[in-house]
Design a protein around this ligand. Structure first.
Ligand code: SF4
Length: 205
């Protein structure tokens, strides 16, 4: 059975992960080093993370099954980078069955095989794209976006399941850069966007 380290499990989330009541299961470990990481616990101190098997997680979250089924909700896998744990998530789908909605919040900067393995078991993809400009992306995350672009191609076939988050990142991109990312993604056929501002020490009001 697959096991993975988690930074937390949060019940009864509404709206943030899409329709329905959702439980967030957040994995430790990420492939990126974003300057304003929203979940820094996922990057360090793995000893403090709790290790669950896929069955442990199911036992922990099934208390809300009636809510999931009544509202069209389920589990949102976040992190960290949840697509690193694709085998765990596939096993979890086998355990929970087909009726729970499984959502993933991913930055897509993982090998193509991870995303291919998740396509059959994920209902809703929330993609944290950062910025489509490769130079901005690299200076903000420390990595190239080559794998992101490759994986976006895979998601073109299921655009109706994909929401793309496009942040304004203080000191890294501009409104024009954000607009340019939207335009490039529209050209690829995507249409559901969450355009928002990172709130950091720099732009806190
Ligand atoms: S992708 Fe998310 S978890 Fe990973 S470093 Fe960036 S903000 Fe943090």
């Amino acid at each position: 059975m697959q096991e993975a380290p988690f930074i937390g499990v949060a019940r009864h989330r509404l709206v943030v992960d899409g329709a329905g009541v959702t439980t967030l299961a957040a994995f430790h470990t990420c492939t990126l080093s974003c300057k304003y990481c929203l979940n820094p616990h996922s990057l360090r101190n793995i000893e403090a993370a709790k290790v669950f098997s896929s069955m442990d997680l199911y036992e922990k979250v099934k208390i809300d099954e009636l809510y999931f089924l009544a509202t069209g909700g389920g589990i949102c896998f976040g992190g960290g980078e949840p697509s690193l744990r694709y085998e765990f998530i596939r096993e979890f789908r086998d355990i929970c069955g087909p009726d729970w909605k499984l959502t993933i919040e991913t930055a897509l900067n993982v090998p193509k095989k991870n995303i291919e393995a998740l396509l059959p078991v994920i209902d809703c993809w929330i993609v944290d794209i950062k910025d489509m400009n490769p130079e901005i992306y690299k200076s903000y995350t420390g990595k190239t976006n080559d794998q992101v672009m490759e994986n976006l191609e895979l998601l073109r076939g299921i655009q109706d399941k994909v929401k793309i988050r496009i942040p304004s990142i203080p000191e890294y991109n501009t409104k024009e850069d954000q607009d340019s990312s939207v335009a490039k993604l529209k050209e690829m056929g995507f249409s559901d966007f969450d355009i928002f501002n990172y709130r950091t020490e720099i732009n806190k009001g």
